[in-house]
Design a protein around this ligand. Structure first.
Ligand code: NAP
Length: 259
């Protein structure tokens, strides 16, 4: 049991990648706090599934872009579990934004959720992590943050590049306290965000076209990210920090970019 006695807070865990990470961590005996913003029912269902098989899970509501809500969420988790050892900043938003066509204010919500929503949870957990001289922080960026030519992603990709940069800065500031900070840059993974955001009517042809861009000739599953996350938050990754790991099936159109 790789996460025995560990407590993990995963933002945006009511669906998609966050849900898969919560289930994977709970299977390895972590107590998990499942953050959601709107979808209480879904978050509660995942908790019930985990508890039914002997795990520990609680749903915790907060909009990660609101500092008071994030602080209250962290306090709730600490009150219930005593401590937070692992923080995954996964909650994120995709919205189309083109530099030429859109008003600068259209980028505000992307900035708030995808950037502030990574900074606030770290600020809220870090004092206690420092006290225990242990912590695992994992940020979820995107291959869009490494450079993408996909239409409409000028805003999203800038926020995801910021997450990669923040990962390095956080790792630099927190390393001396036994806290590692790493990042995953996923490619196209089959979740609500990917299916709605990029390919509105995700037809089999659309999906095949995306799959064809990967050297492994398939679209990613949430579990592909969950297993990578599991390694990066485990004790086995204790000498890895400030890194961004791309998990995208080997994109043929990103050959010239490196994290
Ligand atoms: P998703 O299916 O759209 O799920 C988003 C999750 O984030 C939900 O649990 C949602 O909660 C939560 N959320 C949204 N806004 C929030 C907020 N302001 N505060 C707290 N929680 C919030 O997304 P996903 O595909 O799993 O994406 C997860 C992360 O991976 C994101 O950071 C995304 O940018 C990144 N990513 C995804 C892909 C992909 O292909 N899927 C690729 C690269 C990167 P509710 O259910 O309550 O709405």
């Amino acid at each position: 049991m790789r996460l025995e006695n560990r407590v993990a807070l995963i933002t945006g865990a009511s669906r998609g990648l966050g849900k898969a990470m919560a289930i994977a961590f709970a299977k390895e005996r972590a107590s998990v706090a499942i953050n959601y913003v709107k979808n209480y029912k879904q978050a509660q269902l995942i908790c019930e599934e985990i508890v039914e098989v002997g795990g520990k899970a609680i749903p915790v509501q907060a909009d990660v872009s609101k500092v008071e809500e994030v602080n209250a969420m962290v306090k709730t988790v600490e009150d219930v579990y005593g401590n937070i050892d692992i923080l995954v900043n996964n909650a994120g938003l995709f919205a189309p934004f083109n530099l030429i066509e859109d008003s600068p204010t259209n980028i505000d919500r992307l900035y708030e959720v995808n950037i502030k929503g990574v900074i606030y949870p770290v600020q809220a957990v870090v004092d206690k992590m420092k006290e225990s001289n242990y912590g695992r922080i994992l940020n979820i960026s995107s291959i869009a943050g490494l450079g993408t030519a996909f239409a409409g992603t000028s805003g999203y990709s800038a926020t995801k590049a910021a997450v990669i940069s923040l990962t390095k800065r956080m790792a630099l500031e927190l390393g001396e306290f036994g806290i590692t900070v790493n990042c995953i840059a996923p490619g196209f993974i089959k979740t609500d965000m990917a299916l709605r955001g990029g390919l509105t009517e995700a037809s089999p042809e659309d999906l095949k076209a995306v799959a064809d861009k990967a050297m492994l000739n398939r679209i990613g599953e949430p579990e592909d990210i969950a297993y990578t996350a599991l390694f990066l938050v485990s004790d086995e990754a204790s000498f890895i920090t400030a890194q961004t790991l791309t998990v995208d099936g080997g994109r043929k159109d990103f050959l010239s970019h490196s994290a």
